[in-house]
Design a protein around this ligand. Structure first.
Ligand code: ATP
Ligand code: MG
Length: 318
């Protein structure tokens, strides 16, 4: 985030947002502020309340308590406030039989844009999302990556100051993901405030100026990825041990005795230590002695995935 963004009034502010579904609290007092040209990644386990918070920001849910202001106005009460917002839903929300250009003209008209401004707005959205070379192609004939970017184009054709993306790259391959990330960065550089949810922590770490961890309706940690990692882990390194197969119960006990914890992959085990390289050497020798020769050992800086695991393991505050 640059100095200009810091000094400018925030585009979005949420203060003490509270919401319950049928008496069950889902948002328990969420604060959030987002400035011009800032990318914010909202993280948290399934059911944490991320989509509920987004629906609150879009004015689709009026919170039971607290305030939401988009460019100073309440999106749940002031329809004009919602014009400042573009939403990219998780599912592709385009007319499959229409071309990309026809879709964008339709979305611009639906946003209430005057007829004479539509052609230029469509050109701009195509350029910003790098979809101009497919403008004449029906959406149903596009690759997954182009569909994702066309979905973003539809959300920005009316030039919103805040763009919200719910899981923008779920289920797309790495090349398409990088293309989507590049589009998001380009919009950020133009001053658009960007809020995205993702379960891809590597994407969040690479893309976001700030991240927030939502858990059971509370923001439990927020900040710049690098600063959060430095605070949580200091000079510790992560040692990742790749085994050649899935360990049996006895082998698992031996790995645990070496201070290693299972990752999501049963054949990959992890440990944090300030002296990561020395630990890697010791682990290699000791695991070989018990017949668990590692296929590979990597030493790397801790990532948001390590932080996320640590937060998930902590007891939620009462
Ligand atoms: N319309 C609804 N009515 C009742 N309960 C709901 C409704 N929508 C969501 N919930 C519940 O509210 C909680 C928060 O849901 P939400 O969809 O906001 O979570 P999320 O963080 O977006 O999760 P995910 O990562 O799975 O998308 C969940 O327990 C969910 O079951
Ligand atoms: Mg969700």
């Amino acid at each position: 985030m640059n100095a200009e963004a810091l000094s400018a009034a925030p585009i979005l502010t949420v203060a003490g947002a509270v919401h319950a579904y049928g008496g069950r609290p889902v948002l328990r007092g969420v604060d959030l502020a987002l400035g011009r040209g800032e990318i914010y990644a909202l993280l948290g386990p399934n059911g944490a309340g991320k989509t509920t918070l987004i629906r609150t920001l879009c004015g689709r849910i009026r919170p039971d308590g607290g305030t939401v202001r988009l460019n100073g106005r309440d999106p749940a009460r002031v329809a004009a406030a919602r014009a400042g917002l573009g939403l990219v839903p998780q599912e592709i929300a385009l007319y499959a039989n229409l071309t990309v250009g026809e879709n964008l003209r339709t979305f611009a008209a639906l946003a209430g844009m005057p007829h004479r401004q539509i052609a230029a707005a469509v050109e701009r959205a195509l350029a910003l999302t790098r979809t101009a070379d497919r403008a004449g192609v029906p959406v149903k004939h596009l690759s997954g990556g182009y569909q994702r970017r066309a979905n973003i184009a539809a959300a920005i054709v009316h030039a919103p100051s805040l763009l919200i993306l719910d899981e923008p790259t779920v289920g797309v391959d790495i090349d398409a993901r990088e293309a989507v990330d590049a589009v998001i960065r380009g919009l950020r550089d133009l001053g658009v405030a960007i809020l995205l949810t993702t379960h891809d922590l590597d994407q969040a770490e690479a893309l976001a100026d700030r991240v927030g961890f939502l858990r059971e309706g509370r923001m439990v940690l927020e900040g710049e990825p690098k600063a959060l990692l430095a605070e949580a882990f200091g000079t510790q390194m992560e040692v990742l041990v790749h085994l050649s197969g899935t360990p049996d119960a006895a082998a698992e006990a031996q790995l645990a005795a070496e201070g290693l914890a299972r990752t999501r992959q049963p054949s990959v085990w992890t440990r944090l230590d300030a002296d990561g390289y020395a630990v890697a050497g010791t682990l290699d020798r000791r695991l070989r002695q018990v017949g668990l020769a590692p296929r590979e050992i990597r030493v790397r800086q801790p990532s948001l995935a390590n932080l996320f695991t640590r937060l998930a393991e902590q007891e939620p505050a009462a």
